[in-house]
Design a protein around this ligand. Structure first.
Ligand code: GRF
Length: 217
């Protein structure tokens, strides 16, 4: 296998997607190595878990910076210190400046709990319930300056059941997130997912039975 891609996970909260990435990356043949967990919130639950696991962890508290660009400069120097090559946003709740996004173009990915381009932004599950869709899901995409936009790497679908609330739907989607995010990071780190005119081409994507696309339940 080629050298593992040095990957940072950026979080702001609970960190369950971070855990799924960290756990997947323990497999010897996984093409990404988690070399840093960074949080913009010192109290994030995920920070405590990362520290417990002995992962290099930094907190760059956005409240200590007057401008977004200053916050990003400090974050970037942590990323440089650890020789980071790929960034996985996992519940990271800060918008990045276009300069930062451009610097990490096609090297920074995010997970969003909807089937993009539907239901961008906050309160995603409420939006899905309000729209009455029968299928919901999650999307892993390359990050672009516009929020929750960018070439789609992988998606997983789950049913919306009668009687679902935003909370019950979120639980079902989260299970799919934990399956699809490690699979998507694997593709990106292995160089099997590349952007071509703002669409992602997946070299191993040869069959309709690709497990990436099968429903989670
Ligand atoms: C997830 O639903 C993710 O899709 C969204 O924020 C949530 C983060 O959850 N971007 P966790 O911190 O990974 O548990």
């Amino acid at each position: 296998m080629n050298k593992k891609k040095r990957t940072a996970i950026l979080i702001s909260g609970r960190g369950s997607n971070m855990r799924s990435l960290v756990e997947a990356a323990r497999a010897p043949d996984y093409p990404a190595e988690i070399v840093l967990v960074a949080s913009n919130r010192p109290e994030a639950e995920g920070v405590a878990w990362a520290v417990e696991q002995g992962l290099p962890t930094v907190v760059v508290d956005h409240k200590n910076f007057a401008a977004r660009a200053d916050f990003e400069r400090t974050l970037q120097s942590a990323l440089d210190t650890y020789g980071v090559e790929l960034i996985a946003l996992a519940g990271f709740m800060r918008l990045m400046t276009p300069d930062f996004v451009e610097h990490w173009r096609d090297r920074m990915i995010n997970i969003h709990p909807s089937l993009l381009p539907s239901f961008k932004g906050l309160h995603t599950h409420e939006q899905a319930i309000a729209a009455g869709v029968k299928i919901a899901g999650c999307t892993v995409h390359f990050v672009r300056a516009e929020m929750d936009a960018g070439p789609i790497i992988a998606q997983a679908a789950v049913p919306v059941l009668s009687g679902d609330t935003a909370e019950t739907l979120a639980v079902r989607i989260l299970k799919a997130e934990h399956r699809v995010y490690p699979a998507a990071l694997r593709l990106v780190a292995a160089g099997e997912a590349r952007c071509d005119r703002e669409k992602v081409v997946i070299s191993s994507d040869v069959s309709e039975t690709n497990p990436l696309y099968s429903p989670a339940i």
